[in-house]
Write a protein that binds this ligand. Sequence first.
Ligand code: BLA
Length: 311
Amino acid sequence: NPPVLISASPNKINFTLRRRNKRFLLRVSAVSYKEFAESALEETRKRIVLEPSHLQEKYSSMTGLDGKTELQMLAFKSSKIRLLRSMAIENETMQVFDFAGFMEPEYDTPIFCANFFTSTNVNIVVLDLNPLHQLTDQTDYQDKYYNKIMSIYHKYAETFPWGGKLTGESIKFFSPLVMWTRFSSSKEKHKALFSAFLEYYQAWLEMTIQVREEMEPSHVRANCEAQHKYLTWRAQKDPGHGLLKRLVGEAKAKELLRDFLFNGVDELGTKTFIDYFPEYQTEDGTVSDKRSIIGKSYETRPWDLTGQFIG
Ligand code: BLA
């Protein structure tokens, strides 16, 4: 007899198994990304002073339209970090995690980016310190932030191999450190993911502590525009939009995206999506609904072992 599902909650799935007329209770634990967020915040508080963000008053938790999906939002800031925010979504069959850190424009530190999607054994993972500036024409930026810490990537490369083709546009938002992977759920994999997450996070936190304030107004403006371009892209084209709309409805999803997840998109600059990404303009001037113009690309990892882009 196959095991019979008797109950499932975000962190525990209980089955009964009948063997030789005896009943056994099997407990399988699912991943809970709330713990990931708590651990990262705990590490942060050991090093710097975190203050609650004004967004926390407006966004703390929500229940999905199905009445069963829980969304948990956390938002903080520090003297240098403009926004450190987390969203964890859980129901009986799915766990989603979106954790990001954005600096004040005086600092050129990369953007911390952890996006984990788990459902019915499938995991889609992006973990990266997204570069604020293009690495192809700024080798000193790569030198400043990535070359020294490439060992972090190598440590997890075997456990979490390249996830295959992805939206071509996304690659320029990723660094040579990126962990882009898909895997089926197991306790070992989620344990490894937890340690990769914390290790990437520690590396980012250290960068935020070491970074010096930019004094040149033109550099501050460049940092601000680069962050605004990133936020504009993700607020418009992030792969999670469809699911978020199904979970909370179109209006709430849009508010979450523009005001919480990618906060700053309406404040840090005035350029529009089409200004940054003119290839998405349709004949009547609106933004194309297409997720991608380039299409799916990069069957294999487009960086060599030293982190040089090989396309
Ligand atoms: C899939 N999420 C993906 C994929 C990527 C990312 C690369 C594979 C599909 C693709 O190639 O586009 C993540 N893409 C990113 C990230 C950046 C990027 C982080 O460009 C940063 C610049 N994922 C989430 C959240 C949800 C989510 C919050 O982070 C849901 C609320 C869902 N991601 C999600 C789902 C898929 C996915 C459902 C698979 C469906 C699909 O491919 O469209």
